[in-house]
Ligand binder design. Structure first.
Ligand SMILES: NC(=O)C1=CN([C@@H]2O[C@H](COP(=O)(O)OP(=O)(O)OC[C@H]3O[C@@H](n4cnc5c(N)ncnc54)[C@H](O)[C@@H]3O)[C@@H](O)[C@H]2O)C=CC1
Ligand SMILES: O=C(O)C1=N[C@H](C(=O)O)C[C@H](O)C1
Length: 233
C-alpha cells in the first residue's frame, strides 16, 4: 500500500518505520514546510500533525479522493463538520484519539466499569493522564474519550481540568519529560478505591494501530472508528 504521511514528527516517523516493516511505501512526508500535497500514487493518507493543521490536512485528502486516517488530537470540536465534509465528498475517514490495541481494550473496560459504577452511590470519579512535555493539547484526546464514555453512562454532565463540581469529572493532566502516555481512572469512596490504568511503554502501539487502520480502510467508503477496525466490544 502507498501511504502519504501528513505530519512527520515523532508519530510520523514511528508510523514510517512500522509501515516499511509491513512492506508499504511512503509517498509523502508532509511537515510545516510542505507547500504542495501531492497525493498522486497514494492509496491512503495518515495525519498525525498539529491541532491547528489537522482539519485542513483531512480536507486536502478528502478533496483528492484519498481515504484519510487521523490521530491528531485537540481539534475534536470540529469532528461533526469533518464527518459532514467526508459525506459530501463520498469519502473515507477514520479518527481515533488512541490507535493502540491496549487502549482500545481499555476503552471497553472503562465503558463496562462506568456502567457498573453508575448503579452505586458514594464514589467520585477522577481521570489522570501523563504525557511528555512536548504535547500541545491538554487534556489528552484519550482522556476526553474516557471522560465522554463515563458521562454517557452516568449522571456526570461534563469534564473539567479545574476544580470539579458535583456533576463534573476532574481530569488531572500532568506533563513529565519522555512519558509516551499514561491514563488512569479512579473511583474513590470513604470505604475503598477502584483504579484502572493503561501505560504505554513507547509509541509503537499507536503507530502499529494506525497502519492496521490504514490497511483496513483502504478500499472502504464512509466514516469509521477503531471499534470497526478491531472488531471488539
Ligand atoms: N491517536 C493516537 O494514537 C496518537 C495521537 N497523537 C497525536 O498526534 C499528533 C502528533 O503527535 P507527534 O507526532 O508527537 O507531534 P510532533 O510535534 O512530533 O509532529 C507533528 C508534525 O506535524 C508537522 N506539521 C506541522 N504543520 C503541518 C502541516 N500543515 N501539514 C502537515 N504536517 C504538519 C510538523 O512539522 C511535525 O512533523 C498530536 O496531536 C498527538 O496528540 C500522538 C500519539 C498517538
Ligand atoms: O501526544 C501524544 O503523545 C499522545 N496523544 C494522544 C492523546 O492525546 O490521547 C494519544 C497518546 O496518549 C499519545
Amino acid at each position: 500500500m502507498r501511504i502519504a504521511l501528513l505530519g512527520y514528527g515523532r508519530m510520523g516517523k514511528s508510523i514510517e518505520s512500522i509501515a516499511l516493516e509491513r512492506h508499504h511505501t511512503i509517498t509523502l512526508k508532509a511537515t510545516s514546510n510542505t507547500t504542495v500535497f501531492d497525493f498522486s500514487n497514494t492509496d491512503v493518507a495518515i495525519d498525525f500533525s498539529l491541532p491547528s493543521t489537522a482539519i485542513s490536512n483531512i480536507k486536502k485528502a478528502l478533496d483528492a479522493g484519498i481515504p484519510i486516517i487521523s490521530g491528531t488530537t485537540g481539534w475534536l470540536e470540529d469532528y461533526d463538520t469533518i464527518v459532514d465534509y467526508c459525506s459530501s465528498k463520498n469519502g473515507t475517514f477514520l479518527y481515533a484519539s488512541n490507535f493502540s490495541l491496549g487502549v482500545n481494550i481499555f476503552f471497553e473496560i472503562n465503558n463496562k466499569l462506568s456502567q457498573l459504577m453508575a448503579k452505586v452511590d458514594g464514589y467520585t470519579t477522577q481521570i489522570e493522564e501523563i504525557h511528555h512535555t512536548k504535547k500541545l493539547d491538554a487534556p489528552s484526546g484519550t482522556a476526553i474519550t474516557l471522560a465522554e464514555q463515563i458521562i454517557g453512562n452516568s449522571d456526570y454532565k461534563n469534564w473539567t481540568l479545574g476544580e470539579a463540581q458535583k456533576d463534573e469529572i476532574h481530569i488531572e493532566a500532568k506533563r513529565i519529560p519522555e512519558v509516551p502516555g499514561t491514563h488512569e481512572i479512579t473511583y474513590n469512596s470513604k470505604i475503598d478505591s477502584i483504579n484502572i490504568k493503561h501505560t504505554a511503554h513507547n509509541r509503537q502501539g499507536f503507530a502499529l494501530g494506525a497502519v492496521i487502520a490504514a490497511e483496513w480502510i483502504a478500499n472502504k467508503k464512509g466514516v469509521f472508528t477503531m471499534r470497526d477496525v478491531l472488531n471488539i466490544g
